[in-house]
Each structure stands twice: as C-alpha cells, then as structure tokens.
Write a protein that binds this ligand. Structure first.
Ligand SMILES: [Fe+2]
Length: 276
C-alpha cells in the first residue's frame, strides 16, 4: 500500500459522530466515503456546470453568481466557481442544511454555539496556466470548518484536495508564519504574483510534509476539515477535472447567506460581472 493510501486510511471514517469527531480532533480532517449517492451528485454537478460554463461572470436572479479567478493576481482561486448553489439545486440545499454536519461542527468546537452554513460554493478545477493556490491556511484569526463533497471521481490527475495532517493543532507554525516568516507567493508561483499572508512554502513546512495526504476518492465522498490546518488543492494535470461543492460553517443558527467578501452588485468593474 502506498504511503498516501495509508494516510487516506488514517482519515477515513464511517458516518459515526464519535469516530468522526475523534478523527477531526487528531488529524484536522476526516473523509466519509459515499456520503451522497451518485444520482444526487450528478444532479448537483449538472446544474452547476450549466451556470459555470458560460463565457463571462454572471449574477443570477435567484442570488447565485458565477466567478472565474476571483482573486486576480494572487492565484488564490484561479478556477470556476458558482456561489450559493442551494439557490438553484434541491440536493445542494439539503446538503447545506444537513443537521448531522451542523452537529459535527457544533461538537467539534464545543463552545455552546450552534453552527450553520453561510455560503455554499461549487468549484471546478481544470488545467490552467495559473496553478492552484499552494499550501495555506484560510485565516490566522480563527479556526473555520468546511465540508467538501466531490461531485466526480477524483484521482491524482484531477487535482485532489490535500491536507497536512495534524497542523490544525500547530499554534507555533501559525505564529511563525504570521510574525516571523511573513507573506509568500507559494512554491509554484513566480514573483509576478502578490504574496499572501497565509501561504506557506515547502521549506517552511519542512518535515511536516511527511504527513501530507492527497485525498483521492470517489464521487459522493465528503471531506470535513479544519481550515486552521495547512491544505491546498493540487493543480490538475492536462486531462484532469475536479468538481466539488463546499459548505462553509460559522457560529450561528440558520445563518443568512453571506457574500463572503463579495458584493455581487457592486463588484461589476472589479470582476467584470454582468448581471442577467
Ligand atoms: Fe483554503
């Protein structure tokens, strides 16, 4: 068995609250295979493709919107995204409101808050001249919780999600990044890109790289992870293609949709948005 498969086995759990929580606390990440069946995944993927595969960014009347390479010049999101999939796909709305997952988030943080999803994002990774953003954490301020579901079978060519197991607990690593090492562009980017405060280089990570798991898994697999751990999507090969949908959790019961730093009406010039 390859080293990567051993690491995948370490983070794979059945749909069992106690086992999932133990895995998340130890590793920062947990994989649940076959969380959704193929038909549900196909339904979500098909309706997302319809909105993602258009010539330019669009705002849809139901509140969803399509963006490409949203953080231009940083390489942070050089892919196609559709925000608020729950606006137009029933199965995605069920996933957004999944009580099992809300309860996992609540129990994981154990701080008496209810948790719910403020934004649900579809992403399509394909080969592109700008690589996928390298090793990073999402923010220094606080740990956040995400649930990502694969909408197609993802092998090593398709740009699997990846994670450095255990780094969610590494306060010293985050402190060094924030106060000693400072921002970086990441290993796959040249200095025409803007350094990002939460990007890590391989050199900074050193031997932690030994715990780097690339999560190859089939359609319907769900990856729960704490974004305080170091993670990255792998850049897809030329024949690669990865479709995924991700729930972003925050404390609060039944949170309203958030635009996640965007104002879809006001960003017209910045992101070349065209309203329908
Ligand atoms: Fe991230």
């Amino acid at each position: 068995m390859s080293k990567n498969h051993q690491l995948i086995n370490t983070i794979t759990q059945p749909k069992d609250t106690k086992k999932i929580l133990g895995c998340l606390r130890d590793n920062g990440i947990c994989l649940i295979e076959n969380y959704y069946d193929q038909e549900k995944c196909d339904s979500i993927r098909r309706s997302c493709i319809e909105r993602a595969e258009v010539d330019e960014d669009l705002n849809y009347p139901d509140g969803s919107y399509r963006r490409f390479d949203v953080y231009k010049n940083t390489g942070a999101a050089a892919n196609k995204r559709v925000f608020h999939v729950d606006c137009f796909n029933y199965e995605a709305a069920i996933l957004k409101n999944d009580e099992f997952l809300k309860n996992i988030a609540k129990a994981y943080y154990n701080n008496n808050n209810e948790y719910s999803v403020h934004v649900q994002v579809y992403e399509r990774h394909q080969f592109y001249h700008i690589p996928v953003r390298g090793f990073h954490i999402d923010t220094f301020e606080t740990s956040t919780f995400k649930a990502m579901m694969y909408l197609n079978d993802v092998n090593s060519n398709d740009g699997p999600n990846s994670y450095i197991i255990g780094t969610h607990k590494d306060t010293e690593l985050r402190r060094k990044k924030e106060f000693d090492w400072g921002p970086s562009v990441g290993d796959d980017f040249d200095n025409t890109f803007k350094p990002h405060p939460t990007n890590f280089t391989r050199n900074e990570l050193g031997p932690l790289i030994n715990n780097w798991v690339k999560i190859t898994a089939n359609k319907g697999a769900l990856i729960l992870f704490d974004t305080w751990g170091v993670h990255c999507g792998i850049s897809p090969a030329e024949d690669g293609d990865r479709h995924s949908i991700t729930n972003y959790y925050r404390p609060g019961k039944n949170l309203p949709r958030s635009d996640f730093g965007f104002n879809p009406d006001k960003d017209y010039k910045k992101y070349f948005v065209k309203s329908t």
